[in-house]
Design a protein around this ligand. Structure first.
Ligand SMILES: [Zn+2]
Ligand SMILES: [Zn+2]
Length: 178
């Protein structure tokens, strides 16, 4: 997605409203049959903050659909990501500058895909869940706890095959948290 800043460049302090839907295919973000970006919409402004320096500010509204990581039912997740990125004129690179403070642009239009992609990947929840409190399967008896409860103890029996799986998943979550 390119934002034409030719007229905005002549208005120091001026801003331009932006509202558009971004095609996930164009962003080249990873998707598979278990998890895909249903809709990515940006609403915000491009601000001319000083000579050849622009600020992209707004909200990215994301809808993701796929399979719940815990119970394997279909899941639909909506979340918002706030965007606040600066653009400075460069010789052509649209990547983030080495300083990590701004993206480059050349000519009279700004390609915002890289910033949208970076923000999306950094802020998308690791797990796709049908709901935050989804209990998933009992690690001991394997029952779907969305449908029925069970009388298993909270601590899975060490002999159970589900206990090993539960331990592995727990370790995974610990890794993700660090
Ligand atoms: Zn679920
Ligand atoms: Zn159980």
């Amino acid at each position: 997605m390119r934002v034409d800043v030719l007229s905005l460049a002549r208005m120091p302090g001026g801003s331009m409203p932006l509202d558009f839907v971004i095609d996930a295919d164009e962003l080249l973000v990873h998707e598979d049959e278990n998890c895909r970006f249903e809709s990515i919409r940006f609403e915000g402004i491009m601000l001319n903050i000083e000579n050849e320096v622009f600020q992209l500010t707004g909200i990215l509204r994301v809808v993701r659909t796929g399979i719940c990581d815990r119970c394997l039912r279909s899941a639909r997740q909506e979340y918002e990501i706030s965007i606040d990125e600066q653009y400075r004129r460069s010789t052509g690179s649209t990547e983030m500058d080495e300083s990590g403070e701004f993206y480059g642009y050349a000519g009279h239009s700004i390609d915002i895909d890289q910033a949208i992609r970076d923000n999306l990947l950094l802020n998308t929840p690791v797990q796709l869940l049908c709901r935050d409190a989804c209990p998933g399967f009992c690690p001991v008896c394997g029952r779907d706890l969305n449908e029925e409860s069970c009388n298993c103890q909270a601590e899975p029996d060490a002999e159970s095959p589900f206990a090993k799986l539960s331990k592995l998943l727990q370790d995974d979550e610990d890794v993700l948290r660090t």
